[in-house]
Design a protein around this ligand. Sequence first.
Ligand code: SF4
Ligand code: SF4
Length: 193
Amino acid sequence: MTSEKEEQSRKFPQYLCKMCGKCCKSITTEYTYEELKKMAKNGSEAAKVFIDIFKPYSSIEQARKIVSEQVDQVLEELAQLKDFDINKITFYYCPHYDEENKCRIYENRPECCRRAPNNPWSCMPPGCGFEGWQFEQRERIKKEVRKLKEYLVAAEAVAEDGIVPGKNITIEELKKIIEKKISPLEKYGSRLW
Ligand code: SF4
Ligand code: SF4
């Protein structure tokens, strides 16, 4: 584990989990089931662990029969993402929770369960203990993106001959550096922040 990952792991507020088990019944990923199987076949350990543990509902309607509120909330959130395609969405459930929604393999649960929600934009079920934390994280990241954009505008305003004053780079290079930092967030709407 890199030191950056260790740091993130240390900061992850796992105590916020209410252990309600809702997310164990309404899991989705950014990949289709077919893509996950292919990734597992090609050696992705994370994809292999995922398809070993989680079972796909046969359709969104079947998932809705079990966890309708969760399915609707997740779909509503996903619909705001760039390139959303409902035909690519599969819902999964885990066979390892008991009648009281407690994890039967808690000590050995996979990393994706230990780290859920995986990122501030992960679609979590209504009432998830991480709602406030996710909101704070999203706002913090939006603020950072805003600062980068403002920095670029300010640099453009004072540039001389296309060079950023005090830095040994051109405005075009600075623009590329900033775009590279922001582009992974584009699917969450960073162009509008
Ligand atoms: S829905 Fe949220 S609070 Fe409930 S078990 Fe999952 S991560 Fe924990
Ligand atoms: S392994 Fe445990 S924590 Fe993970 S989804 Fe299944 S029941 Fe939930």
